[in-house]
Design a protein around this ligand. Structure first.
Ligand code: ZN
Length: 208
């Protein structure tokens, strides 16, 4: 008889135990399939708000796996009305307790002037943007006294922009005070995250 080398060779097999593993697997699949209906939060109870830029490996940069977090990506990783809607819902109803904003260097939101972007959108609309429904399912929604440039939200300084997004989330009445809000700048040139304002590349190129 060949010698078995695994650890439990000397233990007598417990009778009738295979079903426990099978049941556990079935329960895990059921939890996954009906997670929202069962009120199970994301594995990290986390919402990520990030720029939609194709160079940002959001999950990899934050060390996340499938199931860990909800991820909202838009142009610039800006806290827009729909970010507030999504953040309010997940923090109020899905037990999300943490929000992380990820902005990044060389963002497209820094690549043109406000005027150029508004002009381009007006050309696409074939007229005045005031006549365009910003949310076609909700025509009543408009920017009020704000300008379309305010709505587009181009960026001058990505570190400052990141700080502002954090504050907008922290201060919003629909997001509970207990929710932790952090933000990082992903450097496309180095492939690493930094905290906003901590540009090591600048600091190591000057005499101390
Ligand atoms: Zn971007």
């Amino acid at each position: 008889m060949p010698h078995h080398t695994h650890d439990h060779t000397d233990d007598p097999p417990e009778p009738g135990r295979v079903h426990e593993a099978v049941d556990s697997d079935i329960d895990a699949r059921d939890d996954w399939a009906r997670r929202r209906r069962k009120g199970i939060p994301t594995d990290k109870q986390l919402l990520v708000v990030a720029c939609m830029d194709e160079r940002i490996p959001v999950e990899e940069a934050l060390g996340l796996e499938l199931g860990d977090a909800q991820v909202f990506r838009n142009a610039g990783g800006k806290v827009t009305d729909d970010v507030i809607r999504s953040a309010a819902l997940t923090t109020q109803f899905f037990e999300t307790t943490e929000i992380i904003v990820v902005n990044h260097t060389d963002c497209g939101m820094m690549s043109a002037s406000d005027e150029a972007v508004v002009e381009g959108l007006e050309a696409a609309a074939g007229g005045d943007l005031d006549d365009v429904d910003l949310d076609p399912a909700l025509p009543e929604l408009d920017v009020g006294e704000a300008t379309l440039a305010d709505w587009v939200r181009m960026t001058d300084d990505i570190d400052e922009a990141c700080r502002v997004q954090i504050e907008l989330l922290r201060d919003h009445p629909l997001i509970p005070d207990e929710v932790t809000v952090s933000g990082y700048v992903y450097e496309v040139e180095s492939g690493h995250l930094r905290r906003p304002g901590e540009r090591v590349a600048d600091q190591v190129n000057e005499r101390v």
